[in-house]
Design a protein around this ligand. Structure first.
Ligand code: PAF
Length: 278
């Protein structure tokens, strides 16, 4: 497995790999890998002859009061996991190698990123789009695999790929959950045992929405009210509870198919997100 820090060297590796006739897959990550990330690698390997994984805690997608400086990292362990998972190259850049001090170009998606996490985390999706566009230009993937847990991120990147004509096929992997229902996330490492128990409120609130839809409930406001009450009853501080159209991310008044329920809430200081199709 190659470990490459320099963007130009990564580009050269990608060109060489593709010249050898291999379809190239990319799994973009911020590291501290867990089983969810490894499932993305497996999906990429099913579709591609060579898979690259990027490990980069991207500073530009964190707000001033967010967890950039404390984001969990374990590079040696991540590299070992990548090796066992059959990753061909890990791209491990430094921030200084990714961003010139006077960088003045960014990618901004203006519609899908306005609400939900975009409303609570101003500038987050500008940072995400910019770094993913750069990763696409550096790693030159034919296929890029993202996790469904970041539902809005997937929608925003899909739109960027469409609107900027990136020749990249997007593959979305289902959410992986621990046996108790907590969606896997690198940020779960922050949780104390109590906070982790509280965090189960997110998947429970989504199950509540799912069951209400199945039972024929149509009143979105009532369902969202019950979801919020459930999250609060578990001791969580709610950031948002939303039921939106699965494609446009517009809020909906009446429950029906083709919608998705999303929640974001703080368990202690840790912001958790989760979602489920209705
Ligand atoms: O989902 C993530 O881990 C990040 O937002 C991504 C896509 C790797 C960009 O930094």
């Amino acid at each position: 497995m190659r470990v490459i820090e320099n963007p130009k060297e990564m580009q050269a590796w990608a060109v060489e790999t593709k010249r050898a006739g291999l379809r190239l897959g990319l799994v973009p990550t911020m590291g501290f890998l867990h089983e969810g990330h490894l499932s993305l690698v497996r999906l990429a390997r099913e579709r591609c002859g060579a898979v690259a994984l990027s490990l980069f805690v991207n500073p530009t997608q964190f707000g001033p009061n967010e967890d950039f400086s404390t984001y969990p990292q374990s590079i040696a362990r991540d590299l070992e996991l990548c090796r066992s998972a059959g990753v061909a190259a890990v791209f491990l850049p430094q921030a200084a190698g990714m961003y010139a001090p006077d960088a003045s170009v960014a990618v901004v998606e203006e519609r899908l990123s306005a609400g939900l996490c975009g409303a609570s985390r101003p500038g987050h999706f500008r940072g995400v789009c910019t770094v993913v566009a750069k990763l696409f230009n550096i790693a030159l993937p034919d296929v890029a695999v993202f996790g469904q847990k970041d539902y809005q991120q997937v929608a925003v990147i899909r739109r960027m790929v469409r609107d900027l004509n990136f020749p990249v096929e997007m593959v979305v992997a289902p959410i992986l959950r621990d046996p108790d229902g907590l969606a896997m996330s690198s940020r779960n490492a922050y949780l104390s045992a109590d906070e982790r128990r509280m965090g189960l409120g997110l998947s429970q609130a989504l199950a509540l929405a799912h069951d209400a839809a199945e039972a024929g409930e149509r009143d979105t406001a009532a369902v969202k009210g019950r979801m919020r009450a459930h999250l609060e009853s578990r001791g969580l501080r709610v950031d948002y509870v939303a039921i939106v159209d699965a494609d446009t991310l517009d809020p909906v008044d009446a429950l029906s198919h083709g919608q998705v329920a999303l929640v974001a809430a703080f368990s202690g200081k840790t912001r958790l997100i989760d979602n489920a199709a209705l």
